[in-house]
Design a protein around this ligand. Structure first.
Ligand code: C2E
Ligand code: CA
Ligand code: CA
Length: 317
């Protein structure tokens, strides 16, 4: 047996005025809970490192720094390597070691690398475009060489830019061993077909060994700081560098030494027949404005080219 008692809302409120306030209170509580969730939701992102990195990328907080590469025979500037920095809104600068592994594991690395190339084109394009002998290198995680679409990306980014594809170097920065040499080799060849040059980073350490030099058909090898530090003091390391340099030159590859910190090392590298080097002895990675000032001071242009640069800058502003 069931009993139903019905009464109109108005009559109920008239008989019992407290119910009206109860309704208002309940509605208020529900609205507060919903607003509270909406307010807390973006804060949840702060505890989610991938979402926070994605936000930083889209907010333009991941910026290119430029470390000069120097010709150690002539002292001339040969170009720069782009190294990413996370410039937080409060001014702190975060080094890539603490977010690149996350960018790689989350897949954000592709969007980040494309964004860095575009930023470098906009920032350094007018200055480097007028100096076609200068190169600009970007770090490319191994996984970027696993999808052919990267070839189109690189072509499109530099097609409309002042930086020519012949000025671009892509450094294969591999944390995990390459699984499919044939596929990687094909993508490297397609990129070389555009006119860019490919380097192997950190040669002699981790997975970047002789087999990479022999199998990938690259144009440049970068000798890791670990070996540069040991040259002249450790006989075995010196022999390894000598062997790598001989092999590279026989295979018509260029060699760049990394992490050079004093002039004694510069002399040793020169004796080994190495032509290019980068390191704190010359300059640390510099923000765009400082790097461009350095280029213009070391390699001033004739007046006509300077006028062209001023016009290009005025247009860009
Ligand atoms: P890396 O490509 O081997 O870059 C050289 C690192 O050595 C840089 O560290 C540079 O600041 C540092 N360095 C340069 N000269 C000297 C020196 O004379 N002494 C010492 N002690 N260090 C020197 P950084 O900028 O912290 O970058 C660390 C690594 O993060 C890079 O190593 C590279 O593997 C990775 N990385 C940086 N930017 C990117 C990027 O845009 N994409 C990818 N995939 N990786 C990047
Ligand atoms: Ca590198
Ligand atoms: Ca390195």
């Amino acid at each position: 047996m069931s009993v139903e008692i019905a009464m109109s809302r108005e009559r109920m409120i008239t008989n019992n005025p407290d119910l009206k306030w109860l309704g208002i209170f309940a509605t208020g509580a529900i609205v507060t809970i919903i607003l509270g969730f909406a307010f807390l939701l973006p804060r949840g992102d702060e505890n989610n490192p991938v979402a926070e990195l994605r936000r930083a990328l889209r907010a333009g907080e991941l910026v290119p720094y430029y470390q000069p590469v120097v010709d150690i025979r002539s002292g001339q500037l040969r170009g720069a390597e782009v190294l990413v920095r996370w410039r937080k809104p409060d001014g702190t600068l975060v080094l890539p070691g603490s977010f690149i592994p996350l960018a790689e594991s989350s897949g954000l690395i592709l969007e980040m690398t494309r964004d860095l190339m575009r930023r470098a084109c906009a920032e350094a394009g007018p200055t480097l475009g007028l100096r076609p002998g200068m190169k600009i290198a970007f770090n490319f995680a191994g996984q970027l060489f696993r999808n052919e679409s990267i070839v189109k990306d690189v072509r499109n980014i530099f097609f409309g830019s002042e930086i020519k594809l012949s000025q671009v170097v892509l450094e294969l920065t591999e944390r995990d061993p390459i699984e499919n040499f044939t596929e990687t080799r094909q993508i490297i060849a397609a990129l070389q077909g555009l006119g860019v040059r490919i380097a192997i980073d950190d040669v002699g350490t981790g997975h970047s060994g002789l087999s990479y030099m022999l199998k990938l058909g690259v144009d440049i090898i970068k000798i890791d700081k670990m070996f540069v530090d040991a040259i002249g003091t450790d006989r075995n390391s010196t022999t390894i560098v000598e062997t790598l340099v001989d092999l590279a030159h026989n295979m018509r590859m260029d060699v760049i030494a990394e992490g050079v910190e004093n002039f004694e090392q510069v002399m040793h590298l020169r004796d080994l027949g190495i032509r290019s080097a980068q390191g704190y002895v010359f300059a640390p990675p510099l923000p765009g404005s400082a790097f461009l000032q350095l280029v213009e001071a070391i390699d001033p242009l004739p007046t006509a080219a300077l006028e062209k640069l001023t016009v290009a800058r005025a247009k860009a502003a």
